[in-house]
Design a protein around this ligand. Sequence first.
Ligand SMILES: [Zn+2]
Length: 279
Amino acid sequence: MIKLDLIEFADYIRPKEIVDEILKQNPNIKIPIPLSEIAKNIGIVDIDYRPLGNLEGALVANEYKTEGVILINNSKEAGTKERQRFTLGHEIGHFMIPRHGHKMSCSISDMSTTNKDEKIEIEANDFASKILMPDQLFCKGSLFDNPSIENIKKLAVIYGVSFAACSNKYITNHHEPLAMVFYKNKKFRYFKKSKDFPFYFSFECKKGTQLPLDSLANNLNDFSDENISLDYTDASVWISKTNGFLLPDEIIEEVYIQKNGYSVVLLKFEEEIEEIENY
Ligand SMILES: [Zn+2]
């Protein structure tokens, strides 16, 4: 049962502050996070699921954002329940973050993880990610501490989010040096790195670039079913410059072939990364 004292939110403007306050007021919140219940408590009187063309979602609220309605695209093209859930989190973000407008229409490209132009959209995505996977709950326990595709998949199910949203959260918040490369038909799409991943990639990280020729990811050819493969690869295949750190001999590549040519590779190390002395 969610309870929210809205007066306490008056001073908060950032996604993290707002989510922290929701968690503070509801320390025993259940997972998956009950988003519609949160919405109801903040003044969202209706969540309307229906086809919305090229929009993922929309918010229609009064000027002072004390009451509003959220629309969520539920057409087949708009994707899975998990994606609709993320959209709901995104629209709640627009409603709760003071400087966001009271009437918002959010297209697929607005909400894309690679969209770097729209500050407000990035902030609403950030809010969605934080409310769906609160740091306090997500970033602890053995599934988080032992990086693997399997564990990220399990967390995605537990938190009711897509594998992509879960991976973004997992990688960017992780305390070990990790990177994940998202690609389609062996062509690079985008990557995420943890803050302690100190290396540059040895290939051009431009959309459409071929994956490194000698990588496991580039040499797997069975895209018929979802599958996971793991191998040790010469680290220089993936990473080059050392930036004050010794280049390890090997990198572990865990490849997850998904659907329609979409795939990811999780890059991690067995040994600890060593710093170059007196660098
Ligand atoms: Zn938006």
